[in-house]
Write a protein that binds this ligand. Sequence first.
Ligand SMILES: [Zn+2]
Length: 411
Amino acid sequence: MSDFGQIKVLVPRCICNINESRELYVNSDGFTPLEISWNGGFVTKIKSIDIDELDEVKRILFPRFAEAHAHFDKAFSWNNFPNLRSDYANALSVNLEEHITRTPKKVIKRAKKSMNYAISNGYRAIRTHIDTYLSQDEEIWNEIFNLRKEYSNLLELQFVALAPLEFWSTLNGEILAKKLTQNNGLLGGVLVPPFNKDIHSSLSHLLKLAMKFNLGVDLHVDESSFQPGRGMKLLLKIIDKLNCNIPITCSHSSSILLLKNREIHKIGKRIAERNIKVIALPLTNFWLLNRDQNNNSLQRPVAPVKQLQQSFVDVSIGSDNVQDPWYPFGNFDPFYLMSHAMPMLQLNPWDRLTLSAFLNAPSRLLGLTWDGILSVGCPADFVLVEGNNWGDIFSNSIKRKVLIKGNWYQK
Ligand SMILES: [Zn+2]
């Protein structure tokens, strides 16, 4: 294996940080042609390419991606546990049926399948939630932690223990929290309507436990089409009361969209002030929420990406479920995600903030050492796709090559 090389590629201009004395040429889709050299797994030189050499440049470069929100413990379980009603309530009920059949062997098999797809499709890191119940088999967690070490050269893994909120007030909750501190883990839970009276104290306990062990928290918040923003408001209230400053992520935050724009900006400002990160998950939201079996409604609650970004919230866009009761499609492919999410949310691929949500914000969210901005000294960790405009990426079955630490990845 040689870990040096050179390529001529097009790169989205807004993810380049390079020193060039002349102004860079940028085409109408926002790509700039560059010659990139690497050695020892890191980029050593970046040079602009003259316009008259553009015909030679037939590939587009992206940094390897980071997936902000996955569930690889249940991925590819759709065949045995389909949710043919395709709504949230039935997804939850089929999920519970599936959960009682789980064994460490099944979970590891799904996890490995997910990771192998993810690596060859171009991911370098994944934050995945793992269902955790009061009776959760400890063995599953031990094997999952081992998997993290096994794949560490190819993929960085981060785990969120997705438990009922009250789990974090139990002794088992405290034991698992301690283990998560040693394994790059976070505490997770679900904060959606209907809100019962115990939720306030369970959520306070969860945040206090996270503060005690200095752990991050990632919650499924307001994944719903009613009681808009109520989970987020409750969370903000408790955070203020506890003066809690651990890293907090709000996944989904879907029903916020149903608030008035003025209120969205107001809540966005509070989210930004508390440095809370938001992950929009349009694929599952569009599939599951506000379904009417007889009519099409275009009212789909999904985190208001643009309004939140305008309020300076760091928003990531993630995939969520893959071929399980919550979502029947997908295969851990960042280009599948982008090609669906951009038209759904009317996000232009040539805008900096759009690419930030897919490339840089997830890297920051996962605390990766590289935020995905191309510069001299950055890792030679890239995905190369054949083509020279966004239409080539989103219209065809794409041809890609993955470079990991300066070496071309082979399955
Ligand atoms: Zn999820």
